[in-house]
Every structure is written in structure tokens, then in C-alpha cells.
Write a protein that binds this ligand. Structure first.
Ligand code: GCU
Length: 613
């Protein structure tokens, strides 16, 4: 078995040991972790009323940390990270903005991970639990150090035999796993199969059927006997062929409330995903516009959910594309508890081969969706069994930043990324500046060489890496751009599909009008001719060409910067090898996209660069 230090602990590298084997509570874990820190003295005082919160005060040569049951551990990590980064230990009070800060793993019981790019599952293999307890403890430390407090360990698409997670055969092992996470204040959550009762002789999964209701009540009683602090269930229903209440003519409030009532006596939360759309669309059908689906299915149900239901909504109305506007549903349900869902797994953003730091993208999101619109936050995990947990060592910045953003949505991307660089690599001066700038710009670069200006979906179908401008054009998924020789995009304004009407007035008018719709989202909302003149005076077609050539050049520059960074092994070698693949990918995207639009439009590049016929 590997020594724990063989596993890249990313930003926690400064903690030499894994001291917390015996810790049973976050307080004990805090003491054990603090004991390792040279040159930092922190007295810890438990004040249960503070919950997840804490306060830090200077006392003589050291500090006094007061915190709630989990707050003491969060405060300890905060102080240690600042100290390790050579910053002042932050004094004063602090508490998380969101009470639930969730990580959703899409791990299958067979050991593969849906949309996983970091190796196989940390939890399962061959249809059963299979994990290294020491490694899970490391994972728990990483999560706790950035404040993540719930981990859902299995895929929202519950494939056989993952349903056993809530059955007696697997529950003792689930309890053991929960016990590893518990001292770090991390609670487990489970994805469940909405139609699970039908595996046990119940004739239906109708949420209004008393037998179904009884089955779930009893099931919840059993599960909580093994894991009394289970955070709850996560459900993907009536989505991409998953079963759900629609089969019985019931609403999603009926379905969610039925499950929530079973969890309520145990203090559990029912998280219900709103990723519901017609995934069998006929491309000839122009009446259906996929981004409108979630709002249509849920907005009218506002106020009809039990108190312990949380509706989990993806950040954009499509599906984790490089650039999407805020999902209008997030702004439309003030009387319902909502969770915002981000995706750390780089499904559409480079598969953890291409460098893509997400915090700047999240900041844009929060500019249009005030954090108070939602009461919880979730992210699809980018973790796996690779030694460094995230495939590309730099992809860890997204998990780190996610935790800090869930704690404080106003966190500055700039500072968070700088802190990660400092803690992970201890670089200084120009070296640190270079890595920081490389990460800060990485999303824009990726955006430039892939689908242009909010268009989405020009990606290779199924795998979602690499270009395929027509790959989704005649498919069932409702993902069309309708490029022809004159124009590209879908008109989603009042004169088109009417999607813009789903937004509150300020956003509606901004997106509705070409003059105010930002250039980077123009092709999400509008159908434009190639000779349309953008805000910056260039024609649309020239802007597409320019962005793609620029994106490729920027990727080359990233490669040069990367090569000059003084990174430790094995990170240097892993990053260098992935950079080569990123360059090939960037070149492919650039050439395929430019050629595609050139062949359609016949318009030459004004700057005479090579576009292939
Ligand atoms: C995307 C992704 C699927 C996933 C789904 C979801 O469509 O490609 O693999 O199951 O999102 O969020 O449920």
C-alpha cells in the first residue's frame, strides 16, 4: 500500500503527517492538526452555539480560536493555511454563507465514474465498497480544510448495484465509511433510485400511493439506524431516462415531498435535481427550446415543497457549458429552498487535460445571481483515484476554490487562486505571479478556442472533448446552433423562442436587446448574420476567427509559461504531458471551427491567416 505522502495532498502539503487516525470529533482533529504546525500556537475553545462558525483573536504570541463543534476545525485550518502561506492569521469572526456545502460524486458501484477524469472511484470497485481508509481520511481533511460538509458518494444515475447503499447488505459498510468522514465534519449523502420500492415488490412508484410512502418511511428508518447523521438523499428523477413522478401524472412537488417526509423525522434533507428536459427532441421541432425546460417544470411549483426539500439547479439553463447565462429558475423560486450546482468535473471544459480554473466563471455567475437566491450549494466532484486526486494537479484549484466560495460567495478569485498556488507549490515572486496569471486566464483561453460567443455544444458527442461543430446538430438532445451560409444561433428573444421572458426584468432587457447583450453571450440569445457588427466593431465572422487564433496563441503561451515554472515532480511531468495534449486540442478546435465557418460563409479571414478549405 502507498504511504500517505505518496498521494499529492495539493494545498495541504504543508501538513506533514496524517495525525487524525484517532480523532473522533472535529475538536480532536483540530488539536491533532494544530499540533503539527511549527511556529503557530493556537488555543482552542469549544463554543457549541457557534456551529460551523468561529472567531480568532490574538493572544500573546499565539491565538485563541473559539468555534462551534465543526467551527473549531474550520478555524484551525483557516489559521494554518494563512500561516503556511506566510499571511497574517485572519482575526475576527467568520461563518459560512451556506449551511450545506455539498460535493456530488458521480461514482458508480462498478468503480467507474460518470464524467470522471481522475481515474477510478475512491469508494467502489467491482460492484462493492473498495477503499483505502487512510486515503479517505486524507480526502476528508481536504474537504474540511475548505469547509465542504456533505459528500454524496454515488452517481445521480443510480446503476445496479448502487441501490444497495440503502439496503441492509451494504449499510454496515456505509456506517464505517461515515465514521471516517465524521471527525472532519463531513456527512454522507446518497443518490437514490426514485423507483427503488419496485425492486421490492411494490407495484408502483406513485408518490401518492400509501404503500410507496410507507416503504420509504421504513427505508429511511433503517438507513438512519446505521448512519444517524446522514445528510439525506439526492434524486435525479424524470431526467435522461430516470424514473420519476411524471409516469404517474404527478408533479415533482409530489415526488420530492413524499421522500422528504420520510427523511424529516431523522433531520435529513431531500435534494431534488431540476435537470429535467426532453432528451428525445426531434431537431425539426422548433417549438421546444431546451434551456426553457427547467423553468417550465418547476417555477409554478414555488412554495409547494416541504421545508426539508432543496431543489438543486445547475448554474446555467443548458448543462455546464463554457459560457451560459444564469439559469432563470435560480431567480424564480423565492419561496422554495434552492441549491446552486456547479460542475468541477471538466466534462465540457477540457477533461482535466486542458487547464481551466473556474473561479472567474463563478464570479460572473454571482454577479447576476445574488448569493441569497439560494440556500445551499453543490458541485459535481472532480476527484478520483489518481495519485493527485484530480488528474491534472492544477484541477485541484477548482475543489479548493469551490470550498472557499461555498463558504463565502464573495471570495475573490484572484486571492483564492493565489492562496492555492502559494500553499501547493510555495512559489514566490515572479514564479507565483506566472502560475497565478496562467490559472486566472485559463478559462478565457479555453473559451476562445472552443465554441464561440455563448453558442455551446460544438463538442464531440458523448465524450465531450474536442470539436465537432455538427456533432449535436441533428441529435435528440435539443442542442442546436443552426449555422447556415448567412447566419448562426437561435433567436431566444420575444420574437424567437421567448426564453428571455423567463428572466426578471433587468436581465430580460439586457439579453433581449442586441445593444446590451454582452458580446460573449450574443450567440446564446440571438441569431446573427456573419456580417453583424459586434460591440468592438468587428464583424461576427471576423470575431470568431480572431478568437480562435488568439485562443490557440494563448495556449502556446501557457505552455511556455508552464515550462519555465519550478514545479516539483511528479506534478511537473504530469502537467507537461497534459499541456501537449491541450495544445493539440486547442489547434484542433481552432482549425475545425474556423474551417467550419469559412466553408459555410465563404468569408475570408481579414488578416489572411491560414484557414483550411
Ligand atoms: C450531463 C452529463 C451526464 C449527467 C447529467 C446530469 O448531461 O453528460 O453524464 O448524468 O449531466 O447532470 O445528470
Amino acid at each position: 500500500m502507498k504511504n500517505q505522502m505518496d498521494y499529492g495532498l495539493s494545498w495541504l502539503k504543508f501538513l506533514p503527517d496524517q495525525p487524525s487516525m484517532t480523532a473522533k470529533t472535529p475538536l480532536e482533529a483540530a488539536h491533532a492538526e494544530l499540533a503539527q504546525m511549527e511556529g503557530l500556537h493556537v488555543d482552542v475553545q469549544l463554543e457549541p452555539a457557534l456551529g460551523d462558525g468561529f472567531s480568532i483573536e490574538k493572544r500573546g504570541d499565539g491565538y485563541l480560536l473559539r468555534g462551534g463543534e465543526t467551527g473549531v476545525l474550520y478555524g484551525a485550518y483557516r489559521a494554518m493555511m494563512a500561516h503556511a502561506a506566510g499571511q497574517n492569521v485572519p482575526e475576527g469572526e467568520d461563518a459560512p454563507y451556506y449551511a450545506l456545502r455539498m460535493l456530488n460524486c458521480w461514482d458508480n458501484a462498478e468503480g467507474d465514474i460518470e464524467r470522471g477524469y481522475s481515474g477510478r472511484s475512491l469508494f467502489f470497485e467491482g460492484g462493492r465498497f473498495a477503499y483505502d481508509p487512510a486515503r479517505i481520511r486524507q480526502l476528508a481533511r481536504m474537504l474540511a480544510s475548505v469547509g465542504v460538509n456533505v459528500i454524496c458518494i454515488n452517481n445521480v444515475n443510480v446503476h445496479n448495484p448502487a441501490h444497495k447503499l440503502i439496503e441492509e447488505e451494504w449499510l454496515p459498510q456505509l456506517a464505517e465509511l461515515a465514521a471516517i468522514f465524521r471527525p472532519f465534519g463531513v456527512r454522507l449523502m446518497l443518490s437514490i433510485d426514485y423507483a427503488h420500492p419496485m425492486r421490492h415488490g411494490v407495484a408502483t412508484a406513485d408518490p401518492l400511493d400509501p404503500e410507496v410512502q410507507r416503504w420509504w418511511m421504513e427505508r429511511a428508518d433503517i438507513v438512519y439506524r446505521y448512519v444517524p447523521d446522514l445528510a439525506g438523499f439526492l434524486v435525479k428523477a424524470d431526467s435522461e431516462h430516470r424514473p420519476g413522478p411524471f409516469t404517474y401524472g404527478r408533479t415533482h412537488a409530489d415526488g420530492a415531498n413524499m421522500l422528504a417526509r420520510a427523511l424529516a423525522p431523522h433531520g435529513g434533507t431531500l435534494v431534488w435535481r431540476c435537470f429535467v428536459y426532453n432528451c428525445m427532441q426531434d431537431w425539426r421541432d422548433t417549438a421546444t427550446d431546451r434551456p426553457m425546460a427547467a423553468y417550465k417544470h418547476y417555477a409554478y411549483l414555488d412554495g409547494q415543497f416541504e421545508d426539508n426539500v432543496i431543489l438543486q439547479i445547475k448554474n446555467g439553463p443548458f448543462d455546464f457549458q463554457v459560457r451560459e447565462p444564469v439559469s432563470p429558475l435560480l431567480l424564480a423560486m423565492p419561496k422554495t429552498h434552492l441549491a446552486l450546482e456547479f460542475q468541477l468535473a471538466q466534462e465540457y471544459t477540457g477533461h482535466q487535460i486542458d487547464i481551466y480554473a473556474m473561479p472567474p466563471m463563478w464570479k460572473e455567475h454571482f454577479a447576476d445571481m445574488p448569493p441569497s437566491c439560494v440556500q445551499a450549494i453543490a458541485a459535481v466532484s472532480n476527484l478520483g483515484r489518481d495519485d493527485n486526486y484530480t488528474g491534472h494537479p492544477f484541477a485541484a484549484v477548482n475543489l479548493f476554490a469551490y470550498g472557499l466560495t461555498a463558504w463565502n460567495p464573495a471570495a475573490e478569485p484572484d486571492e483564492v487562486i493565489r492562496l492555492w498556488c502559494r500553499l501547493t507549490y510555495g512559489l514566490h515572486g515572479a514564479q507565483e505571479d506566472a502560475l497565478h496569471a496562467l490559472l486566472m486566464g485559463s478559462r478565457r483561453t479555453y473559451e476562445k478556442y472552443t465554441a464561440p460567443l455563448g453558442l455551446c455544444w460544438m463538442v464531440e458527442p458523448h465524450g465531450h472533448y474536442g470539436p465537432s461543430p455538427m456533432g449535436y446538430e441533428y441529435a435528440l438532445w435539443g442542442t442546436y446552433h443552426k449555422a447556415n451560409r448567412d447566419a448562426v444561433g437561435i433567436d431566444r428573444t420575444e420574437s424567437g423562442t421567448g426564453y428571455t421572458a423567463q428572466y426578471p426584468e433587468a436581465l430580460r432587457t439586457r439579453y433581449e436587446n442586441l445593444e446590451t447583450c454582452p458580446d460573449l453571450l450574443k450567440l446564446f440569445f440571438h441569431r446573427l448574420r456573419y456580417d453583424y457588427v459586434m460591440d468592438d466593431g468587428r464583424t461576427l465572422i471576423q470575431r470568431i476567427y480572431d478568437d480562435h487564433f488568439e485562443g490557440l496563441e494563448e495556449a502556446k503561451e501557457m505552455a511556455r509559461v508552464l515550462a519555465a515554472l519550478d514545479l516539483p515532480e511528479p506534478d511537473r511531468a504530469v502537467a507537461a504531458e497534459r499541456m501537449e495534449r491541450q495544445l493539440r486540442n486547442a489547434r484542433e478546435w481552432c482549425d475545425v471551427t474556423n474551417t467550419f465557418f469559412y466553408r459555410l460563409s465563404g468569408v475570408k479571414d481579414a488578416k489572411g491567416r491560414t484557414i483550411y478549405d
